[in-house]
Design a protein around this ligand. Sequence first.
Ligand code: XLS
Ligand code: NI
Ligand code: NI
Length: 435
Amino acid sequence: MTTGFFGDIERVRFEGPDSTNPLAYRHYDPDAVVMGKRLEDHLRFAVAWWHSFAWEGGDPFGGMTFERPWHPQNDMGRARLKADVAFEMFDLLGVPYFCWHEADIRPEGTSFAESLHNFESIIDYIGEKMQTASTRLLWGTANLFSHRRFMSGAATNPDPDIFAYAGATVKACLEATHRLGGENYVLWGGREGYETLLNTDLSRELDHLGRFLTMVVEHKHKIGFKGAILVEPKPQEPSKHQYDFDVATCYGFLKRYGLENDVQLNIEQGHAILAGHSFEHELALAAALGVFGSIDMNRNDYQSGWDTDQFPNNVPEVTLAYYEVLKAGGFTTGGTNFDAKLRRQSLDPQDLIAAHIGAMDVCARGLKSAAAMIEDGSLEAARAERYAGWDTPRAKTMLDGNLETLSAMVLDENLDPQPRSGRQEILENLVNRFV
Ligand code: XLS
Ligand code: NI
Ligand code: NI
């Protein structure tokens, strides 16, 4: 018995690039083998519970547009109905993973104990559904930013009781993630930052955030959770200044608190853009620093400058991102989470299915193009050639020397190095052969 929410929509199949069926995959064939691995195992797609099922379609100028049968989301019966519909969608899409915040899946209670009780019973319910479903948990996370108690932050709140409340919430969410066999646990510091320095003790807040994250890592080991702990960088919104600004800032923070070997990063396309970077820059940097974990694949509107959380639909952009993912060795515990929502005028259940189909197809095309670029090898060959001078014993002695030996070398050999073209346009043309 299904809920009937998706009407007569049938399981989405791969029909190939010539299909005109709007509810078929044209590029995502989960079983297609690319670079020796199934596409499903490369991409590891996940549906985000918050955008697809909990979000009601509001914006700063207006409220709910969606009117789902589980609205308002204030009792357990509706929470279970929402879970039923979620699993029906996972099955229709054949998507291997999902993600949640506790606030997406359970109604808030009138006390912490009641909220916890609601949460645990919905986790049991989801656990039962997972017995027969083929969709697994990519990550769980805590919503430490929506409720008004968190308006001044969670771990960085000036009120220690909020720090405790946040810790209790993360304990429950981490344990539930472990119970459901989740592969990662994410922390995004939505309001871990500030609006004005005039009322903020920045130094103290950073120490509290470091201590909080250390407690999370300690608890992970205590309960035997083998998944990865991931922090998700974002420069601003909702806070004016966020402490987890970008990959570089997060890495510095992890280093300072001795967590760089225990915590990796969940990197979101839209957040990279908000920070003034490209997505591929953030991915390449995370890989270089050894903290690449997982991705949130959702774009922003480039004109509005907001975190609009739109489904990806730009193949060349996605290709460059997966190129970095593949070069980093691909995902291990991580995956491709669609932290993306419909536009608020897209009311129909079919819109939800079509949005994911389009996003999965775009990502499949991007990954296949990236793999083709790697297999072709011309781009890496050009890069290697540009640095070839460094592969010589002579260059090694430069690195092993000091400023005096470098000075002596320049004078003795009368060095007069000549600039060489970076060949950017030629390389861009090369990439365009594949996308
Ligand atoms: C918000 C974040 C959020 C995290 C999970 O911008 O992307 O959705 O992914 O808390
Ligand atoms: Ni985001
Ligand atoms: Ni995100």
